[in-house]
Each structure stands twice: as structure tokens, then as C-alpha cells.
Ligand binder design. Structure first.
Ligand code: KG4
Ligand code: ZN
Length: 340
């Protein structure tokens, strides 16, 4: 099945053509980083306007890369998938209108995809033979979730973000340091050159709960900045490294506690923060030590992209078919994860 997929939930406009869930025929991602970086975060109104300006071009390029023209679209594409939520209302609507228009012109079925399921299944693009159960660790700008995937579309949500998500914490700390947006990659790069033991930030393990809370580390970071002058690059790198260490240790500790407790043998990461080099290393090392199989998507599939939406859509239609109600196809900014 050839799926034409669109993603526009936040600040990336993306289109992809995905054959049978894992064969990526094309992937185009247009980032709005330049627009939002001066504001140190995504400005929703600017994001939706930018999606409107970019989406036609992104669609055109994705089709061209897959060698599909508008004349043979109907013959070569079987279904249109799009991100239905969660995300920014205006941004979601742009992708949804584009998907619905194309579906109506070419008389194709629509598959609504939960953005979280895009991240959750993104590792499958490069591991098509994986079988559940596995623990999914979704770490992005808006979410930090631990989910047991019992089967495709069958979830037990263990815990989630109580306040700042992991990516949000990276972004806010980068803002405090006057660095750019998104903060995660910049802090990661500096952290590689710093000493992770330079400043001790308390790890918010939240024992007895599977939830995550990173607002405390963020405040501790601010207090440290108020009390200490950062005079040179080395100090800045040490601070970034110490902060990254605290976030990574917290996520890795809780994920491995969960696989122990629930007797799982596989962990899959997803979301922008899984591009973090320390988090990737720590999961791999701990996986080896504890005999847990670790799946981490290539960086392009960690951050927002339409290929993961095409992959999730393929899995979903295998179970749920191709007939979705108007309600299911309606954009929902606060959509949560639910069973198929
Ligand atoms: O998954 P994503 O593209 O969008 C959401 O669904 O939120 O994630 C974006 C987040 C941003 O907060 C960004 O700072 C973070 O992922 N991120 C990283 C890295 N690359 C992106 N965080 C830590 N280290 C990275 N290398
Ligand atoms: Zn995302």
C-alpha cells in the first residue's frame, strides 16, 4: 500500500510517500526554525502562516522525489494520511485541509494519525520485523511518555509529563543562556565538550510514579545562573553537560525501572529528544548490560516528519481499515493516546 502522508502539527511542514509502512519513497521536511529562533520558541500564529506558505511546495517536492505526477497520483497512491493531533490548532488545520482536499480530488481514503503514534512507531521504519510488546519512550518538545505497547494500537500508558517536557526543558534552558531555538541540539553539542560532573543537579526520579517533572531542574538551573557568573566557553559547556546528564539519567533510569518491573525485553525511543547523543549512548550501553533490545530511530525520524505518520498510518489501517468518521478526521489539538 502506497500512503501519501502529511505532518504539520508544530513547526515542521513535511510530506512523505511511504510504501507498506517502511519503504520511504520520499521525505521532504521544511523547518521553520529560522522564523521562530529569534523568539526562543514556536509562535503559533507564525507557524500556521508558514505552513500555508510552504505546504504546496513540500507536497510537490515529495511527489517529484517519488517520481509521481499529478496525472498518475490516483493510480499510484492508495490513501492519504495526516496528523490529526495533538499539536497547534492552526498548524494542524493546514495539514488537515491539504490532506482532505487531495483526498477529495483524487477520491482516496483518509487515515487520521495521532502525532504521538507517529513518534511511537517511527523506529519501525528501520526495523520492520519488530514484534510487540515493547516499552515506548516518547521524548519530544511537548511530551515525555512511558508507554507499554502490548500490541500495535494496544497501549498501557505508565506515565507522562507533569510540567515541562524533556525537549521543553532543553529549549527553556537554552533561552536562559541566550542560545538559540531549538535548545536541544545546541546544548547537546556544547555538552559533548563539557564536564558532566561540574554542577550537580538533583535528578527528579519521582520514585513511586512513572511521571516526569523537569520544571525543578529548570528552576535550579536559573538559580545557578543567578548565583554564578558564566565567564567563558568552558564554563558554559560544563553547565550544558551537567544539565544534559541530569535529564538523560532521569529518563534512562525510569525506562529501565519500567522494563524490569513489567518484564519487558525491548525499548523503543521516539521524538526529537531521542536525537540527543548522550541519551542514545546511555540507552545503548544500559541495553547491552541488561540484555534489553534498544531501538532508536535515525535522527531524521526522531524529529517531526511525515514518514513516521505514513508508517503509523499503515499499521493503523491494517487493524482499523480505511473508513473513519468525520469526528475521527477532525483536528484535535489535545488528542491523547488511545487504543485502536
Ligand atoms: O519531536 P519534535 O521534533 O517535536 C515535538 O513533537 O515536540 O521535538 C522537538 C524537540 C525540541 O524541544 C528540541 O529542542 C528537541 O526536540 N531536540 C533535542 C535534540 N534535538 C532536538 N533535545 C536534546 N538533544 C537533541 N540533540
Ligand atoms: Zn513531534
Amino acid at each position: 500500500m502506497n500512503i501519501f502522508a502529511l505532518e504539520s502539527s508544530c513547526d515542521e511542514t513535511s510530506a512523505s510517500i511511504v510504501l507498506n509502512g517502511t519503504n520511504i519513497k520520499s521525505i521532504i521536511i521544511s523547518s521553520q526554525i529560522k522564523i521562530h529562533s529569534k523568539f526562543f520558541g514556536v509562535v503559533p500564529e507564525l507557524a500556521s502562516r508558514s505552513h500555508i506558505e510552504n505546504i504546496n511546495h513540500v507536497i510537490y517536492k515529495a511527489l517529484k522525489e517519488a517520481r509521481i505526477g499529478f496525472n498518475d497520483f490516483a493510480k499510484k497512491i492508495d490513501a492519504i494520511a495526516f496528523t490529526v493531533g495533538p499539536g497547534l490548532a492552526g498548524s494542524l488545520i493546514v495539514g488537515s485541509i491539504a490532506a482532505k482536499s487531495i483526498a477529495s480530488v483524487y477520491k482516496k481514503p483518509l487515515i487520521p494519525v495521532n502525532h504521538l503514534e507517529g513518534h511511537l512507531y517511527s523506529f519501525i521504519i528501520e526495523n520492520k520485523d519488530i514484534k510487540p510488546p515493547f516499552l515506548s519512550v516518547i521524548i519530544s518538545g511537548g511530551h515525555t511518555e512511558l508507554v507499554i505497547v502490548k500490541d500495535f494500537g494496544r497501549y498501557r500508558i505508565l506515565g507522562g509529563t507533569r510540567d515541562d517536557a524533556a525537549g521543553e526543558a532543553f529549549d527553556k534552558v537554552a533561552k536562559m543562556l541566550g542560545l538559540s531555538y531549538p535548545g536541544g541540539p545546541i546544548i547537546d553539542e556544547r555538552a559533548e565538550k563539557g564536564n558532566p560532573q561540574a554542577v550537580l543537579f538533583t535528578r527528579p526520579y519521582m520514585k513511586g510514579s512513572w511521571d516526569f517533572s523537569f520544571s525543578g531542574i529548570k528552576t535550579a538551573f536559573l538559580n545557578y545562573l543567578k548565583a554564578n557568573h558564566i565567564n567563558n566557553e568552558n564554563q558554559l559547556n560544563d553547565l550544558c553537560s551537567s544539565f544534559r546528564q541530569a535529564i538523560a539519567e532521569t529518563i534512562v533510569f525510569k525506562a529501565f525501572e519500567a522494563v524490569r518491573k513489567f518484564n519487558l525485553k525491548q525499548i523503543a525511543l521516539g521524538g526529537g529528544v531521542s536525537a540527543n547523543s548522550l541519551i542514545r549512548r546511555m540507552f545503548k550501553e544500559n541495553g547491552k548490560k541488561n540484555k534489553i533490545k534498544i531501538f532508536i530511530p535515525s535522527p531524521i525520524y526522531c524529529t517531526d516528519n511525515a514518514a513516521m505518520i505514513g508508517c503509523a498510518a499503515y499499521l493503523k489501517q491494517k487493524k482499523c481499515g480505511l473508513d473513519y468518521s468525520t469526528e475521527q478526521l477532525k483536528s484535535n489539538p489535545s488528542l491523547t493516546l488511545s487504543n485502536w
